[in-house]
Design a binder for this molecule. Sequence first.
Ligand code: ADP
Ligand code: MG
Length: 300
Amino acid sequence: MKLEIKHVKKAFKDKIAVNDFSMELNAGECVGLIGPNGAGKSTLIKMISDMINPDEGEVLLNGKKITQAKREIGYLPQYPNFYHWMTARETLTFMGQLSGLKIEELTKSIPVILTKVGLSDAGNSKVGTFSGGMKQRLGIAQALLHKPSLIVMDEPVSALDPIGRREVINLIRDIKLDTTIVLSTHILSDAEEICDRFIMIRNGIKIEDTTIAELFARSNKNKLSIECTAKDLKWIDVAKKLPYVKEIEVTGHRLDIEVENIQTDKNRLLENALVHEVDIVKFEIHTDTLEEIFLQLVVK
Ligand code: ADP
Ligand code: MG
């Protein structure tokens, strides 16, 4: 399995929703498409699933145009629509038939899928009685029905309460073992729990294609935090003049200090502070949270 998105563009009237966007995805990967509301995630996902056509560029699956390879893809829309009066089993039968599967096949595969998504006991219950997490799991079952090699999910957990969210994240982790996944979210910590790779999108443009480890390594390079008491804040003027100190940001009693080289400079900075009898409350290598990194990337 190989998905290639090549320079796709999509505009709605004069609003460019996705602009010159390219990415590749290989079998076994689980990629998170991350961006704030309005970034273009749903539009991109609809082009990957062949729900809408790009104005420019193309989407290829195993070298073939997506329109000819649609059967290989399972799609979970951002707002799946079910008939509330149908049972889970009826819903899957109905949707399976819509996507061209034979009733004999469905009779065999539906119980297996219901078990996989943890709904085997609810198979004969009406969808109208389902919780958000159950509906979303039914949506995933629907997307898996024809055994696609790639499953594309648009914000599968964003609208769920904590319990539903947990159910669906666990299910996605399980599916991930044997299916390639692309999912979108505007909540970074959700992607962090599931995805190996992140692609960030802002105003329709790709701004990052990276891993968590890489993001952390890059953003935290040469920063430390020192917390001291109020009377020691005057040491800042001394520290600012040190040749290896690049920048100091002061928040209350905390100093976030960027140095030339964390390995060589952390000890001599500490020594300098001690020589000046700074009463240190806390001394640590500064680590941005994923949320901070995300905001730096997306909001700038
Ligand atoms: P996301 O899923 O990241 O929130 P969308 O892909 O839904 O973003 O939307 C990207 C931009 O395109 C938004 O500004 C949105 O208003 C606009 N857009 C999306 N779909 C349509 C449409 N059918 N008609 C007009 N504008 C649209
Ligand atoms: Mg969306």
